[in-house]
Design a protein around this ligand. Structure first.
Ligand SMILES: Cc1cc2nc3c(=O)[nH]c(=O)nc-3n(C[C@H](O)[C@H](O)[C@H](O)COP(=O)(O)O)c2cc1C
Length: 275
């Protein structure tokens, strides 16, 4: 577990339920293995993201190994509200992992979804969600696809039925690419929150209403990533995602094969004249 310990000691944990009680739809950055790390969370928070998830962390490794803790979880004072997502097979292991991160996190999420999401028999999904509610979870996130459905349209109607069957907040997820999509999905599902993964990779400023990644956001990513010592592959991958919609095929051929931070900075300098 890393980060500046003095900063962490000063960190003010925030109750994410306050967001759900605010009456506004909560805008959430999804858990993304390799991607929703501290530097990226810092970036999306700058652009109107209300709540962030860590990538999925395997609870058993996290409990067992200090090395896993150091590489899997980094946070700082500004990184709130923050939900840490674990994958765990045993309740005790989840509990032990949660205990380790709880001084630094505002909530714990259990990944129940990959790759199964809604069940084809919706009653079984509603039943599972109601059991989770009875067990005391604070909210539930639903990706509106079944295990077989990879590219088919998301069943927002199913999310609406789940929402109507629950008393706790429900968060809708799936295929939300713009703020307008988020508003539509909120309208269709009546969900209390909207969670986005790929849409934020492609445009980390989408919650602030930008239709495509603004130049300022690219500049912010470079500054934040370098400040955080982000490994080159992660730094570069994020830029490839962010610039996907705003670069030509020809430009991608050049940009995507760059192999060092200095080469990326030179490229950006030539293109934008800033670095
Ligand atoms: C690169 C990537 C990594 C992901 N990692 C996780 C993860 O760690 N935990 C998880 O529950 N879901 C993970 N997901 C699934 C997303 O959180 C989300 O449910 C899915 O991508 C659908 O949302 P979207 O249409 O906004 O992308 C990942 C998705 C992507 C694209």
């Amino acid at each position: 577990m890393s980060g500046d310990i003095r900063e962490i000691e000063e960190c003010q944990l925030k109750d994410p339920m306050d967001l759900f009680h605010s009456g506004q739809v909560v805008k959430i950055c999804a858990p993304m293995v390799r991607y929703s790390k501290l530097a990226f969370r810092t970036l999306v928070r700058k652009y109107s993201c209300d709540l962030c998830y860590t990538p999925m962390i395997v609870a058993a490794d996290f409990v067992r190994s200090a090395k896993a803790r150091d590489s899997e979880f980094t946070t700082n004072k500004g990184d709130h509200p923050l939900i840490v997502q674990f994958a765990a097979k045993e309740a005790q292991v989840l509990c032990d992992a949660a205990r380790i991160v709880c001084p630094f996190a505002d909530g714990i999420d259990l990944n129940c979804g990959c790759p199964q999401r809604i069940h084809e028999d919706l009653k079984r999904t509603v039943d599972l969600c109601q059991k989770a509610e009875a067990a005391g979870v604070s909210w539930i996130t639903v990706h509106g696809r079944s295990i077989e459905e990879r590219h088919q349209p998301v069943h927002y109607d199913a999310i609406k039925i789940i929402k109507q069957s629950m008393s706790i907040p429900v968060v809708a997820n799936g295929d939300i690419k713009t703020l307008k999509d988020a508003e539509n999905v909120h309208h269709l599902t009546e969900a209390d929150g909207i969670m986005v993964a790929r849409g934020l990779l492609a445009n980390p400023a989408m919650f602030a209403g930008y239709e495509e990644t603004p130049f300022q956001c690219i500049q912010d990513w470079v500054d934040i990533a370098l400040e955080h010592g982000t490994p080159f592959t992660c730094f570069h991958h994020h830029l490839m995602y962010m610039m996907e919609r705003i670069t030509s095929k020809q430009e991608k051929k050049v940009f995507n094969v760059l192999s060092s931070t200095s080469a990326v900075l030179d490229y950006l300098n030539d293109r934008y004249g800033v670095w």
